[in-house]
Design a protein. Structure first.
Lengths: 157, 194
């Protein structure tokens, strides 16, 4: 028994970790390609399961040309300030309907003029929201002539 | 000069660096892809030239959604499930049926014979109290009606099962046969303030 043990100790060699970086780099590249940057921290309640369902959905192409408008109830820690009625969030802050015009113009100014007609506005709206606020947003978008829109929806299973 | 021995760079910490990067990307990125129904808003009319009254009555398909999320299609209550077939019947139209929209013979690039194209417009009106969920359901049904008809046209004229399989020029032709005309009326407040 003791003899066996001694023999075992002598034979143990460390596992070579030379290929570990390769493996980790492979994982790293996979995640870099397969994922997208998290856009903004949401101040409203809007999980993926809160989006309406649809079957005729298309992928949103060219992320750099898309501006997002979020609509939903403020999260509990913002409810004291902003109430529980659905609110609009543009970029990182709460906004009024009248701010959308400015927002679109600012987005447009950031973009190369040649691709301005391809710009899309994605509406991410909680499914329990009333249409009143959505209609107001649509009217503002028409005023800003941002006519290409995308109603964000998830696939109906 | 004597050749100096080149010492190898120690790559032991490479894994640590890579792990650090990996964890950074895991935390700051998300996996989900953004999807949705693409639509085009009508521009704000400069003059009120063509109001709905001027379009022939048989050429409009009116879909109303009230604050209780109920549907009224051409004056009759309807379930969302029936909407798609009704819309398809309307979009497709029939030259022999005086109830359905008028059709115009049009020459379309890529198709040898002139095709009858319907002049129908779907008018979608909703109340301020309609829920977004219901609105999206209706939008989805209407878009689905168009997509199914375009698939049918793809098979009929180009022998391909799906609209998405067509070449760009062929897609343009099919789009001309079934132009997507969903008009959303100027907002009205029918059901009172909510």
């Amino acid at each position: 028994m003791a003899k066996f043990n001694r023999k075992r100790k002598k034979a143990s060699i460390g596992i070579s970790t030379a290929s570990l970086p390769d493996i980790v780099f492979m994982l790293l590249f996979f995640f870099m390609v397969a994922t997208t940057m998290r856009e903004v921290e949401l101040k409203i309640e809007l999980r993926n399961s809160d989006l309406p369902q649809a079957t005729e959905i298309k992928k949103l192409e060219k992320k750099s040309l898309v501006s997002f408008i979020y609509v939903g109830k403020p999260k509990p820690n913002y409810q004291r300030l902003y109430g529980t009625e659905p609110r609009i969030q543009l970029n990182a802050s709460f906004a009024e309907v009248s701010d959308i015009y400015e927002f679109i113009l600012a987005e447009r100014a950031k973009t190369d003029e040649a691709v301005v007609p391809l710009m899309t506005t994605s509406l991410k709206v909680h499914q329990d929201t009333k249409m009143g606020i959505v209609t107001d947003i649509k009217q503002e978008l028409r005023k800003a002539s941002a006519l290409k829109i995308n109603y964000s929806a998830r696939k109906k299973i | 000069m004597a050749k100096r021995e080149i010492s190898e760079i120690n790559a032991g910490s490479m894994a640590d660096i890579a792990f650090l990067l990996l964890i950074f990307f895991l935390v700051t990125t998300t996996m989900d892809v953004d999807t949705g129904i693409a639509r085009q808003l009508p521009p704000i009319p400069e003059d009120k030239a063509k109001t709905e009254a001027e379009i022939n009555r048989r050429n409009i398909f009116i879909v109303l959604i009230n604050a209780q999320d109920r549907l009224l299609v051409n004056g009759k209550p309807m379930n969302v499930e029936e909407l798609k077939d009704k819309a398809k019947e309307f979009i497709k139209s029939d030259p022999n049926n005086p109830e359905l929209p008028t059709m115009v013979e049009t020459k379309i690039d890529g198709i040898p014979n002139p095709v009858l194209v319907s002049e129908g417009v779907i008018s979608l009106q909703n109340d301020r109290g309609t829920t977004y969920k219901k609105y999206m359901e209706v939008q989805n049904e209407l878009v689905k009606a168009y997509n199914e008809l375009r698939d049918e046209a793809a098979l009929q004229y180009f022998g391909k099962r799906r609209f998405d399989d067509l070449t760009e020029a062929e897609q343009e032709a099919v789009k001309k046969i079934y132009p997507q005309r969903i008009s959303e009326a100027e907002p009205k407040n029918i059901g009172g303030k909510k």
